[in-house]
Design a protein around this ligand. Sequence first.
Ligand SMILES: *[C@@H]1O[C@H](CO)[C@@H](O)[C@H](O)[C@H]1NC(C)=O
Length: 397
Amino acid sequence: MRGIPLAILFIGVLIAQSKGDREDPGRDDFYYDTFPEDFLWGFATSAYQIEGGWDSDGKGESIWDNLVHTNPGSVKDLGNGDVACDSYNKYKEDVQLLKEAGIFCSYSWATDNYDRATSNYLCHHTVIKAHALAYRLYDEEFRAQQNGQVGITINSDWAEPADRNNASDVEASHRLLQFRFGLFAYPLYAGEYHPTVRQLMDAKSIREGRSESRLPSFSEEWSKIIKGANDFLGLNHYTSSIVTAQAGSYPGVDHDADVGQRKDPSWPKGSVAWLYEVPWGLRRLLKWIGMEYGNVPLYVTENGFADWYSDGPNDPERTNYYRTYINEMLKATKIDGVNLKGYAAWSLIDNFEWNEGYTVRFGTHYINFRDPNLPRVAKDSGKLLAEIFRNNGFPSP
Ligand SMILES: *[C@@H]1O[C@H](CO)[C@@H](O)[C@H](O)[C@H]1NC(C)=O
């Protein structure tokens, strides 16, 4: 009789493994373990998207205040951030939510919005310089007393080669990652743009008949300021794409990096067009960053999902998203040896989602925006995160 349960178990394993892909059959297997003891857990939020109080306390007008007041039609449901989640008045309640989730670290972006579709190299260039100046200022005036860390956070998808046995697809994946993550991170370690990015951009600019490269250069002086001006790397990550080597469509990063991108129709789709659930993409991206940047300390600073069946506290899609993405992050940490130090979920509460207004939700706490009191109610995903944070991962059942 002893042999029978074993045989059944074996079949169970085969079925579980058939979910992975052919070259990596165990890809989607669940992994039980915990994160290092000093791992940090938190939530990310952004000021404009939750605070409200847009003209309180003598606060000046932001570019978003101006946009929604002068051109309300630019937001899908004509919503705006004038009140949003009213965290300006309800911040104590929000701090209580954090306490209930058992975390001690949270932060809020003052301005964190850029157009995902367009790449503006001059803007990137200026951000790198500004970051480096802030880093140097911290070095000179505050580090000795405060002993803090200054790092940059970069939004990047994973780029999965269409065929991992095809060298040109694999190269296309690396190229796109250098144009995405590497565009900010590489100069902060090397003092200049990645050679692949430099060559492609210069060659394309000449072909376009320009007298200067569309990618600016750092002077020798600036190169010294930016090189080494970073203590850790932050990653905002939500999704992945499949990449091939081809002449990508102009204008945009696909054209500049000579890649074509698509989504796999089998990937579960979120309620915003760009967001597909690809948990293993996070593991592969973390591993890539760890290898490229010599095991520099890493933080996942945003990660989350916009679901379809969302007007209430039950959110099975988001719950599955967090469970699998955090599990892949655990594999990156424990199996691949990536130096991951912390994780922040996007986001604590449903909020004003820029041009989508209040039509999509990313929160782990539900807000009924039709109720003037804007009550916060923990979603299933919020309860799951509290459990993962408390257990510091997924201890063996
Ligand atoms: C590799 O992929 C490229 C497109 O990305 C294709 O043109 C080429 O034929 C492929 N090579 C092989 C050997 O399949």
